[in-house]
Design a binder for this molecule. Structure first.
Ligand SMILES: N[C@@H](CCC(=O)N[C@@H](CS)C(=O)NCC(=O)O)C(=O)O
Length: 219
């Protein structure tokens, strides 16, 4: 059965591949699973029909037959569990790849999201500069730790896995922040992820949503 995912009708990132449906698109492309996309407006996301799929009124969601999922990590784990290509066969390597999925979402993404919140929503506050400095220090700590662990390796644990897929998408949220440049191995790691044909197909599909809006004068 072809799954259906949800994505922003008008992504605030203007097609830069930062909205979290990008992770799901990338995972589906990696495993060669075709998918449908239902675009939702910000208004629709908060309505009860969408909240039945996603209790927090967000994207992405994933529907496949009787199954409905929310949370990008859970969706990607489901895809990786059902298809070959995103988690190793060896039980211990698989467990380590899953640990990297959690690390991306639980240890690395939170300070990065905090930083985005500070930049996007707290600019007008008197304490903005002070808080941003604190939050950016937290991001730097995590980047330094991740950079040390990655070292000269191509991927976090031997072969590319769902852990790398999530980590690359999480790190990409720092594009333009001027924080990644201190870590050339992390920049190269992100570039390796972005160079994967499956990533490119996912990125192009997400960008096409924005390009279409723009061509109609709606963006
Ligand atoms: N933890 C969730 C976060 C989902 C999330 O923050 N989605 C954003 C788009 S990337 C969203 O829908 N934002 C609109 C809103 O919260 O109103 C996940 O990983 O799926």
């Amino acid at each position: 059965m072809t799954p259906t995912i949800t994505a922003f009708e008008r992504s605030p990132d203007r097609g830069q591949g930062l909205a979290r449906d990008m992770r799901v698109r990338w995972a589906l492309e990696e495993v060669g699973q075709p998918y449908h996309v239902r675009l939702v407006s910000f208004k629709e996301m908060k309505e009860s029909a969408h909240r039945k799929l996603h209790p927090f009124g967000q994207i992405p969601t994933y529907e496949e037959g009787d199954l409905t999922l929310f949370e990008s990590g859970a969706i990607i784990f489901h895809i990786a569990d059902r298809h070959a290509g995103l988690l190793p066969d060896d039980a211990n390597a698989r467990a380590r790849a899953i640990a990297w999925m959690f690390a991306a979402l639980n240890s690395v993404e939170p300070p990065i999201v905090e930083r985005s919140t500070a930049v996007l929503l707290e600019r007008d506050k008197s304490w903005h500069a002070e808080r941003l400095a604190i939050v950016e220090d937290r991001v730097q700590v995590r980047l330094g730790e991740l950079s040390s662990r990655l070292g000269r390796a191509d991927w976090l644990d031997d072969a590319f896995s769902a852990g790398d897929l999530l980590m690359v998408t999480v790190l990409r949220r720092l594009n333009g922040a001027g924080l990644l440049e201190k870590y050339p191995n992390l920049c190269a790691y992100i570039a390796r992820g972005e160079a994967r044909p499956a990533y490119q197909r996912a990125f192009d599909a997400q960008l096409a949503v924005f390009t279409k809006l723009k061509s109609r004068g709606l963006a």
